[in-house]
Design a binder for this molecule. Structure first.
Ligand code: NAD
Length: 488
């Protein structure tokens, strides 16, 4: 597997507008860095305002072209073909993703790329199964609905699951007949750049999918958010960025869907099966270096099993292998980049100022001199009010806190500004239902974590998001519905 790294050509990332990669503007090129090696792996062409305008114009024009006349079956066939092409290129895409993000290659293969293909296959099936609503109102009138695509959709994406989250938006967008201007995160441009080639190979007409690279403020992200010809914005990223995008989109009243930050509770009752809890908690704490919006970074353990849990959890965490993402045995790769690395380390320092005790981890591994690696870190002794328990760290860092009663842990679980995901571990069925119904979060898992079915709603409440994605929830975002009433 080591060979994959050297055999993977790094790709320079150009903007893709109206079916073509366009020439880069020399002074707007910026370097793309591999976080595991700190080496430059290519460059990225930051889009100018004019190029973003051209991308939006191409997407608008494409709505009137052949794409607008595609039947549902034709759209479904194209989606299926894109999914197939992702699978045909699965190893190359996984190697690009691992190189761009620093995540373990095997994780990129299973979690990012295969699931990206599944997003297309799912919506290829989904779109052929739909029917419109109709109502006969007491033989006075017949009502029926007509749906049409919402129009040009801007997709602004984060760096943690680049292709997976991009395709989670693009597949329903195309299924609904919309056109897209995608902006990947500036730190992870490679798989999106490869994806537009695959879309073209699958037969998508020019202008339907466009790609602009760049940053947020004063760059492609902001240009798209305020663009008068963008009809809807789907954004995944930080809560603070969501508020900025919402303000920029307000004057033109764009439809918005926001998947934002989280600080998710993982609640462990004493009656749960601790071995199973620990197997899954290792993943929910440290998968993708803790850089999954759904990671359970606040672990609440019922006091009677607190010591036993900690002893086993620390022991198993120490066994995790950290290092080269292309090594088959690697569990933990590098975090995304220098700035984020420093941010995560600053939270570990802050935890100590907040009287936290580090039970394992706490910094960069002594054996790895280069790359943005941080040891999986477990902290105890923090209070519910501490910043490390309240704020999203988004790294391989968890806080473990004891609790004595269901009421107490429910109050803790709901006591942050976020409301994305929560996990409950218990073998008491009634308690599982009772607690699940009271947790303020868009997703609640009982005795599992990260188990998803694409038909189910996905998203956050409070400061974790606006709207839901998944099945009909995704699809409706990309549609406008009219009701037609015919007097009988
Ligand atoms: P980020 O908000 O910094 O960036 C996300 C995207 O927004 C990037 O493409 C960036 O260039 C762009 N952007 C930044 N400023 C902008 C602006 N002013 N206008 C327009 N676009 C702008 O987020 P990130 O650091 O890339 O990702 C990590 C965050 O994403 C975490 O908070 C995590 O919880 C969240 N996330 C949430 C989900 C979810 O489903 N809820 C999933 C993954 C990640």
């Amino acid at each position: 597997m080591q060979d994959l790294l050297s055999s993977t050509k790094s790709i320079n990332c150009r903007n893709f507008i109206n079916g073509k990669f366009i020439d880069e503007v020399e002074e707007r090129k910026f370097a793309n860095i591999n976080p595991a090696t700190e080496e430059e792996i290519g460059w990225v062409a930051e889009a100018t305002k004019q190029q973003v305008d051209e991308a939006v114009a191409a997407a608008k024009q494409a709505l009137q072209g052949p794409w607008g006349k595609f039947t549902v079956k034709q759209r479904s066939n194209i989606l299926r073909r894109i999914g197939d092409l992702i699978l045909e290129n699965v190893e190359e895409l996984a190697a690009l993703e691992a190189t761009d993000t620093g995540k373990p290659y095997l994780l990129a293969l299973e979690m990012d790329i295969k699931r990206a293909a599944h997003n297309f296959h799912f919506f290829a099936d989904y779109v052929t199964s739909l029917s419109n609503d109709s109502y006969n109102q007491d033989n006075i009138a017949l009502h029926y609905t007509v749906t049409r695509p919402v129009g040009v959709v801007a997709m602004i994406n984060p760096w943690n699951l680049p292709l997976l989250l991009l395709t989670w938006k693009l597949a329903p967008c195309l299924a609904a007949g919309c056109t897209a201007v995608m902006k990947p995160a500036e730190l992870t441009p490679m798989t999106a750049t490869r994806l537009v080639e695959l879309c073209q190979e699958a037969g998508l007409p020019e202008g339907v999918v466009n790609l602009v690279h760049g940053f947020g403020a004063d760059s492609a992200g902001a240009f798209l958010s305020e663009h008068p010809n963008v009809d809807a914005i789907t954004f995944t990223g930080e809560t603070k960025t969501g508020t900025t995008i919402m303000k920029a989109a307000a004057p033109t009243l764009k439809k918005v869907s926001f998947e934002l930050g989280g600080k998710n509770p993982n609640i462990i009752f004493a009656d749960s099966d601790l071995d199973e809890v620990i197997d899954t908690t290792l993943k929910s704490s440290f998968m993708n270096q803790g850089q999954v919006c759904l990671c359970g970074s606040r672990i609440y353990v019922e006091r009677s099993v607190y010591d036993t849990f900690l002893e086993k959890f620390v022991e198993r965490t120490k066994e995790l292998k950290i290092g080269n993402p292309f090594n088959e045995a690697t569990d933990i790769g590098a975090v995304i980049g220098k700035e984020h690395y420093e941010k995560v380390l600053s939270y570990i320092e802050l935890a100590q100022e907040e009287d936290g005790h580090i039970l394992t981890g706490g910094g960069r591994p002594a054996s790895i001199p280069k790359g943005y690696f941080i040891e999986p870190t477990i902290i105890t002794g923090l209070t519910q009010q501490s910043r490390c328990v309240q704020e999203e760290i988004f790294g391989p860092v968890v806080a473990v806190l004891p609790f004595d009663s269901e009421e107490e842990v429910l109050a803790y679980a709901n006591d942050t500004k976020y409301g994305l995901g929560a996990t409950i571990w218990t073998n008491d069925l009634r308690r599982a239902h009772r607690v699940a119904a009271q947790i303020e979060s868009g997703i609640v898992w009982v005795n599992t974590w990260y188990l998803r079915d694409l038909r189910t709603p996905f998203g956050g409440m409070k400061h974790s998001g606006i709207g839901r994605e998944g099945g009909s929830h995704s699809f409706e975002f990309y549609c406008e519905v009219s009701n037609v009433t015919i007097k009988l």
